[in-house]
Every structure is written in C-alpha cells, then in structure tokens.
Design a binder for this molecule. Structure first.
Ligand code: CMP
Length: 507
C-alpha cells in the first residue's frame, strides 16, 4: 500500500484529526483566555511525538517492516495523551470558566492524570495487552511506592483537601504556629505564605491539615477585619469613666485609614493596677497588612486626646523621680510656656493690635491642645467653645452639604481657625481635620471677649476675615464667580460686624 494511504489509515485509527482539530481551537483561543501554560506545552509535545510516531509507523509499514507493529501502541498512547491534553485545555480554560465554575489547579491536575491513566489502559487493552496481570503487578508496585512516599502523598492529599474544601484561599491571612502571613499559592506539596517581613514560608500541606490554622480577620458574612488592642495606662487621679470617654470619642471621631467604622472602636478598663488603670482601645483593622502603621496612628490619637484633657499617661509605680520640683523651676517652666504662646500670638496678624502686656495676659489663658493626624479638630454643625491657634502642622477644611464632602481650604501653622462660630454664636461652618501632627492652643470665649473688649477695632478686622472665609465656603457650595464672591464678601463683612458687636455686646 502507498505510504500516504497507510498514514491516513493509522491517523484515523488513533483519532489524530480530532486531536489536531481540538489543538487548533485551543491554540486560537490561547490569546483570549487564561490557558495553563505548562499543560499547553505538554499537549504540543505529545502531539509532536504522536505525529512523529505516526509517520515512522506508516513508513515502516509501507516497506513491510515489523517495526511498525512495535511503534503502533506507543504512538496510540501518545495520541490518547494528546487528546486528553487538548480536551482538558478546552474544558478548564474555556468551557468551565464560561459556566462560572472554578476548578482549583490541583483538581485539574488530578482529573488530567486519571484521564491519562484511563486512556493509556484503554489503548493497551485495544492493543491486546492482558490488563488483569498488569493491574495486579502495578497494585503491588503502587503499594510499595505509596509506603516509601508516605510524606509526599500526605502532602499531595493535604493540598488537594485544602483546595477542594475551599477552607483556605489565596489572599487569606493565616497564622500557623509562629508563622503569620498571606497565602499566595497552594501547591501540590506546600502552601506558600508571604510574611510582613518580606519572607516566603513554604508550609508542608500535611502541617496545614494537621495543625490549627487561624484565618485572620475572617468571620462568616462579615467583611475582613481584625480586632487590635492598643494598651495605655492612666493614673488613678483620673476617673476611669472620663478616661474612657475622652479616648473613645477621640478615636471614634478621627478619620484614620484602615480603621473600620463598624464595629466602632471602643475603650475598656482592663486591669486595676496599684498606681494606675490599664486601658485598651479595641479597634478593627481593615487591611491586615498594615497593622503596625495603623496601631501607631491610633496610639498617637490616644496620646493627643489625653494631652488635650490634661490626663498624662501613667509611669510604672516603681519609677524614681530625681528632679526636685522647686518653686523656681516651676516658674521657669511656666515662663517658658508663656514665651512660647506669646511668640505664637505675635506671629498671627489678628493679634497685631495688642500690646505686649495684653499678649502676655492672653498667653496665660491659652490651653495646649495638640492633635494627631486624622483627628477632627472641629466638626461642622457642632456648638463652638474655642478659637484655635495652630502653632505648627497642617489641617484641611471640609464642608459637607449632606451628600458630598468637599475640601475648601488647607491651613498651615501658624494660623487660626474656629473664629466664625465663636464670634457669631452660630454652629461650626466646616469640619477641620488634622493633616499632620498639629501643635495647637485653644482660647475660650471669655478670653476672646476680653480681647475684643480691650480692642473694639479688632471686631472690624475679624468681620472682614470672617466674610472672606465664609464666602469661600459659599463659593465651594454654589460655584460663585470671582466678582460675585467679592461683592458678597463686602456685604457679608458689614452684616457680620453688626452680629459680632451684638454677640459681644459692643456699642
Ligand atoms: P468655624 O465655623 O467656627 O469652624 C470651622 C472653621 O473652619 C471656621 O470657623 C473657619 O475658621 C475655618 N474655615 C472655614 N472656611 C474656611 C476657608 N474657606 N478658609 C480657611 N478657613 C476656613
């Protein structure tokens, strides 16, 4: 018979046209779908080997050589392997994903391996090989192999179990023994975990299935978030209820990245020590990767809230203080603080009209009120008690119309804010949020009243400044043109002056 006729006959018997057809489809689709590259390459290797086998078988048969009989079965086996490879590529890369069925890589590998073994046995049986003898021998062989490869097989079974029951998925944060990290891959033998220290730990799958694995931040039906504790100690001079309120309000009010809004952070008194109470802020961390950075911003918030409330963090009871607090030393300390405040007052244009003595007087009434980044210093709509004098740091002014929140100005120390409502008695017109750590002092209404009483002409300066800021806020809400804003500012300044005068009972 002619070579090509034999070749065609051999190809038809081993499903070569079907294999080539499926492989062509897979090849064409490879650009658009995520195809498993190693399996794709293996498929082409099998097809190439099968085609070579076919040509060789047909060649030997056409010259009447017995070698064709020897080559036929391996060629068929390669053809069957190619068919399994092409079908698996189409099934797992195209058909199942379109049906939104996700099959883990390990499951795909197992299905392909079983199909390969099955198709090889089918081919051998078709070629007349006695399978019962083969199966008996291979069972003994498999048992021996299984015994010697117990660990490897255990790992594989573990990996399979992890993938199939979906108990752990890539991207989960887990804790196994002393390893904490994010799962990046579940392989045949091990699970790769990337730690926060930039390490990758390969945990054998048998360990994963035999030990307690904690999945961090996962709770059924809830977003991923992990509860964190920030501990701090405060002296018994301060009532626990007050400490809890001061810190809890500060942490809840702050706009801190990666701190969950729900559940809200809370503060608890954990332990009653000899000289101080041990407290903890408990908050829920939304991005487990940035635990220390978020703890740090919450801690800063606690520190500043306590500072503003004049509540100092407690030192351990056994600390020995060697500095003797003499009367002189106290005076020096106070003088230094007054100097610092006077310098701030001098740097603010608003207080230019005051004499040195008036400034010193005012400096004594100023209250130190530092803020951590993200803390809300004044809240839109709230009642006003203070005028804020910012010594150093940055803040943003935001205004909300109930739906949207817009930034209208940025403040940088030295500057002041909070005058609008303090001077008119209206609710706060905007929310001011610290954009860095802010060194700040506060003046209460009585102190402001004192300055205005002493210098009534200050009311005019304040009315002008207030009008400018107020119109800037209105422009942000109403998109005013520059001319319209100027005109409105002039009108507002007059109206405000009247309001300030009546609020502070000036003639
Ligand atoms: P008050 O309304 O008391 O509280 C919010 C404060 O934000 C407000 O006083 C001003 O001090 C400040 N503020 C509002 N709008 C502006 C603005 N456009 N530029 C600078 N500061 C502003």
């Amino acid at each position: 018979m002619h070579f090509f006729e034999i070749l065609w006959a051999e190809a038809s018997r081993s499903f070569t046209p079907l294999v080539l057809f499926l492989a062509c489809i897979a090849f064409l689709l490879a650009k658009w779908v995520a195809i498993d590259k190693p399996r794709f390459k293996a498929m082409f290797f099998f097809i190439a080997a099968h085609l070579i086998g076919l040509v060789a078988t047909a060649g030997f048969a056409s010259v009447g050589s017995d070698a064709s009989e020897l080559l036929r079965t391996p060629t068929w086996i390669l053809g069957a392997a190619s068919l399994v490879g092409a079908s698996a590529t189409l099934l797992f890369a195209v058909i199942l994903p379109r049906m939104r069925l996700h099959t883990p890589p390990i499951v795909q590998d197992v299905v392909v391996a079983i199909a390969m073994v099955g198709s090889t046995l089918g081919v051998l049986s078709r070629a007349g090989v006695n399978l019962s003898g083969l199966i008996a021998t291979s069972a003994v062989f498999t048992a021996m192999l299984g015994f010697s490869l117990q660990d490897v097989i255990g790992n594989i079974a573990g990996g399979l179990a992890l993938q199939v029951d979906n108990s752990i998925e890539t991207g989960d944060w887990i804790k196994v023994g002393d390893v904490t990290g994010r799962v990046v891959e579940i392989r045949w033998r091990h699970t790769s975990v990337e730690t926060r220290n930039w390490e990758t730990v390969l945990i054998p799958n048998t360990v994963m299935t035999k030990s307690n694995v904690t999945i961090l931040g996962r709770r059924r039906g809830q977003p991923t978030q992990l509860r964190r504790f920030i501990y701090f100690n405060v002296d018994w001079r301060f009532q626990p209820g007050d400490v809890v309120n001061v810190v809890q309000n500060a942490v809840r009010g702050a706009q801190l990245a990666n701190v969950a809004r729900e559940p809200q952070p809370n503060v608890v008194l954990l332990e009653m020590g000899e000289s101080y109470g041990k407290y903890a802020v408990r908050y829920w961390l939304t991005d487990i990767a940035v635990d220390n950075a978020t703890d740090s911003s919450v801690s800063a918030c606690v520190y500043f809230a306590l500072q503003r409330a004049d509540m100092t963090l407690a030192m351990p009871a056994h600390a020995v203080f060697v500095t003797q607090e003499t009367t002189d030393r106290k005076v020096i300390k106070t003088e230094k603080q007054v100097m610092r405040r006077r310098q701030l007052l001098s740097s603010l244009e608003l207080f230019n009209g005051l004499s040195d003595a008036e400034r010193t007087e005012l400096a004594r009434t100023m209250k130190y009120a530092p803020f951590a980044r993200g803390e809300v210093m004044t809240r839109q709509g709230a009642e006003a008690h203070w005028l804020y004098l910012m010594e150093d740091g940055k803040a943003v002014v935001r205004v909300s119309d109930g739906l949207n929140d817009r930034e209208v100005a940025q403040l940088e120390g030295p500057c002041f804010f909070g005058e609008m409502s303090l001077l008119t008695g209206e609710p706060r017109s905007a929310t001011v949020v610290a954009d860095s750590e802010v060194e700040c002092f506060r003046l209460d209404k009585a102190a402001v009243q004192q300055i205005i009483d002493a210098r009534p002409q200050l009311a005019e300066q304040l009315a002008k400044l207030l009008a400018d800021r107020r119109v800037a806020l209105q422009s942000a809400k109403e998109n005013l043109t520059a001319d319209a804003a100027r005109e409105r500012a002039a009108r507002e300044a007059n109206a405000l002056l009247t309001r300030i005068r009546s609020f502070f009972a000036l003639s």
